[in-house]
Design a protein around this ligand. Structure first.
Ligand SMILES: [Zn+2]
Ligand SMILES: [Zn+2]
Length: 311
């Protein structure tokens, strides 16, 4: 298996409107976004506000994929139809692979499934424990009241690093998200604690058991070497994973080309997701996703999503 990256010659994939750009498939009539967050995890919009914004941004099919939590789906479903948006039930499971944290998006899941629910409950416990330890570690480094402070930024969901980051910015410890994740909360810095998340094979099996399709979220964000990336994908496929975000948050044109090539090599369906969290972050806007490269097989052809096709 050989992956060739033609860096210089290839046209940028974001230039969607040029008709002579033969590397792109024609702009689909439908606008898909299979990765977004609400106040039920670390997003700032309620599911109702999220669906309204999706409609404003002319998204036809939206997956709500809160971290380790499906509790926002009921509200999202109630308002999806009136907004003319087709909702896909989703979740983003925090999983460990060789001591690294991976995000596995589950699409087309049944949130009532007992194994999925109990699996997510375990991850939620790990998340709560992590948050408490993060608060203690920040305190040791002179940041007082971070655990309680972060909770004020968390409406219904589970405490995450993003909530701590918002607290640290508002208290003047850093000027923006980028600076927070340089100075705090990452390996070797105050507020970092290592956590055992769901095992990769468990995360995939909960999603599949709940009738869904498991997708590797934003693969370029893990900073894996190509060798490690291939090992990870081989393990993911072995345990039943079927999709990969080719268009994912933080993916530049090179990442898109590489991920598209890997998707083809490993027989994975290609997903698109903005990873929307917050209207303030213009780079991750609902429906703001590049077109899939032509060689990709789109995730929306998977049965798990076709079955949820009706509103
Ligand atoms: Zn998040
Ligand atoms: Zn993620």
């Amino acid at each position: 298996m050989v992956i060739q990256l033609a860096r210089a010659e290839s046209p940028p994939l974001y230039r969607q409107s040029r008709s002579d750009d033969c590397q792109l498939q024609n702009q689909e009539a439908m606008k898909y976004d299979f990765h977004s967050h609400s106040t039920f995890s670390d997003g700032t919009l309620t599911p109702t506000q999220l669906l309204q914004r999706a409609a404003d941004k002319r998204v036809d099919v939206l997956a709500l994929t809160d971290h380790d939590n499906t509790d926002g789906l009921a509200e999202a479903r109630m308002v999806a139809k009136e907004n003319g948006v087709q909702l896909v039930n989703g979740v983003e499971v925090s999983a460990s692979w060789r001591k690294r944290l991976l995000h596995i998006v589950g699409l087309g899941i049944d949130p009532e499934n007992a194994d999925l629910a109990s699996g997510l409950a375990q991850v939620q416990c790990a998340r709560l424990e992590r948050a408490q330890r993060m608060g203690k570690d920040l305190e040791r480094h002179g940041v007082e009241g971070a655990y309680e402070g972060a909770q004020e930024y968390c409406q219904e969901g589970l405490l995450s690093r993003t909530h701590f980051a918002r607290f640290l910015i508002d208290r003047g410890y850093a000027k923006d998200m980028k600076q927070v994740f340089k100075r705090y909360l990452v390996n070797g810095k105050p507020g970092y604690v290592s956590t055992e998340w769901a095992a990769l094979e468990d995360a995939v099996s909960w999603i599949k058991g709940a009738g869904g399709v498991a997708v590797i979220a934003h693969p370029a964000r893990y900073k894996l070497t190509l060798t490690k990336m291939k090992e990870m994908l081989a393990d993911f496929v072995d345990c039943g994973g079927e999709g990969i975000e080719v268009i994912g948050s933080g993916h530049n044109d090179d990442d898109i080309r590489l991920t598209a090539a890997l998707a083809t090599d490993y027989g994975l369906l290609a997903s698109v997701g903005s990873d929307f969290h917050d209207p303030e972050n213009g780079r991750r806007e609902l429906g703001h996703v590049a077109a899939l490269p032509e060689q990709c097989k789109p995730i929306w052809q998977h049965n798990a999503l076709a079955l949820q096709g009706a509103h």
